[in-house]
Design a protein around this ligand. Structure first.
Ligand SMILES: Cc1cc2nc3c(=O)[nH]c(=O)nc-3n(C[C@H](O)[C@H](O)[C@H](O)COP(=O)(O)OP(=O)(O)OC[C@H]3O[C@@H](n4cnc5c(N)ncnc54)[C@H](O)[C@@H]3O)c2cc1C
Length: 387
């Protein structure tokens, strides 16, 4: 999320004391809302065309921000480029912290009601079919028990949208350029109109126009691709409350029941010219994934999920690296021909460290200088001790 407010853009990495806290922004905005004196009314009238808070993008970040503000009694306007809520996509693993945020927004229990609570993660070697690791997910965290569920994307987006006051989201409203006029941000819209904002919050996804305006670096892609789908089992699927992962043979794949009747799956891999025309259509991508999984030791129930699933028109997407990943952990800007980019996903969540299961070894980051020196000294000591 990217936040700008008067008097100038705030950049992540600015020293903390140079940033107004979120709460101070909220306070100053709330104060303005309370200006109901005749003088205040006159003031508001002369500024009628200026929105206090504009949020770019009605994705998860934008809707959650708008709802958080609404719960504090602060109005915001969300500008969304598409004509309707982009509720396509399938699901994502949602962890304890996310549920704390959803609780703060007042929607946690609604999400819980419709999604299974996981008890364990089982990682299988795709080469041998054996369970290489079993991890209980019932362990206690710092502030209570862990809570992990696979939440359907459309359900989450619609739940957030339904909690917002009518008129908060303005659809078919694409911001194409941003300028500053004193303390006000001028948002130039695709239809030629202009919207003025005191505070602009960038929640406009991986190709954010707000981030570009702030001069933030472009997203970095991991070089891995991901594809996914969702299968419905009207009479129940028979999977337990567990995340199943299959790792090895050049891929990582997960099968995650969302509820008693729906199961999400994902598949990530490093693309290569051998993939052929898999990217051309949903049918070809499904066939590609099934061929890879059938050649490995994957149980029939997991294959059935993929066979009967619905898949998106965006057949695959490149996975951006997590913020803060070090050098050697990514390939900057790598793109594969004909592929569209969509925002991050959770396709590999939890699988990264299970190399023992046959997963692809990640490139190690270059050690920092101090660490290199310490390692070097240790090697010298070991040599001198004759080991
Ligand atoms: C359609 C879709 C399907 C997905 N499916 C899955 C999935 O099944 N599993 C998974 O793990 N992850 C999925 N993801 C990724 C996951 O949802 C994202 O990591 C998460 O949504 C990021 O949320 P966000 O709010 O930051 O950005 P986004 O969800 O990308 O939301 C950004 C919003 O801003 C809007 N926008 C962009 N530019 C502008 C502009 N200039 N002016 C106005 N509005 C603008 C976009 O239309 C979009 O609605 C999907 C993402 C998308 C967009």
């Amino acid at each position: 999320m990217h936040l700008t407010s008067a008097p100038g853009p705030i950049r992540w990495g600015d020293p903390p004391n140079s940033l107004p806290s979120c709460s101070s922004i909220l306070h100053s905005v709330s104060d303005k809302h309370q200006l109901h004196t005749p003088h205040g009314a006159r003031h508001k009238q002369s500024m009628a065309a200026v929105e206090d808070i504009v949020i770019a993008g009605a994705g998860l970040a934008g809707l959650a921000t708008a709802l958080g503000l609404h719960r504090k009694g602060v109005r915001s306007l969300v500008l969304e480029s598409s004509a309707t809520l982009r509720a396509s996509g399938y699901a994502f693993n949602t962890w304890t912290n996310a549920f704390r945020a959803l609780d703060a927004l007042g929607v946690g229990d609604k999400i819980r009601e419709h999604h299974l609570l996981y008890e364990r993660l089982v990682a299988f070697s795709a080469s041998t079919g054996e369970a290489a690791a079993k991890v209980s997910l019932k362990m206690q965290g710092k502030s209570g028990p862990h809570e992990i569920r696979c939440v359907k994307r459309n359900f989450l987006l619609e739940t957030l949208e339904n909690e917002l006051p009518e008129g908060t989201i303005r659809y078919s409203s694409k911001i194409v350029a941003i300028e500053e006029e004193g303390n006000v941000k001028l948002l130039h819209m695709a239809d030629g109109s202009t919207i003025r904002a005191n505070v602009l919050v960038g929640c406009d996804g991986v190709n954010s126009v707000v981030a570009k305006w702030l001069g933030l670096p472009k997203p970095i892609l991991s070089g891995r691709s991901a594809t996914r789908g969702l299968a419905e089992y009207p009479y129940g699927h028979g999977f337990g409350p567990e995340i199943l992962q299959f790792i090895g043979q050049g891929f990582r794949s997960g099968v995650l029941p969302c509820s008693d009747t729906s199961v999400y799956w994902n598949y990530t891999w490093y693309p290569s010219p051998d993939d052929g025309d898999a990217e051309e259509s949903v049918a070809k991508m499904r066939q590609y994934v099934l061929t890879k999984l059938r050649a490995a030791s994957i149980p029939a129930e997991a294959l059935d999920v993929i066979e009967r699933s619905e898949m998106s028109d965006v057949v695959s997407a490149q996975v951006p690296v997590p913020a803060g990943a070090g050098p050697g952990q990514h390939q900057q800007g790598q793109r594969v021909r004909g592929r569209r980019r969509v925002p991050p996903d959770d396709a590999g969540a939890g699988a990264g460290r299970l190399r023992g299961a046959g997963g692809r070894r990640r490139p190690r980051p270059v050690p920092r200088r101090g660490l290199r020196r310490r390692r070097e000294r240790r090697r010298v000591r070991v040599r001198h001790s004759g080991a």
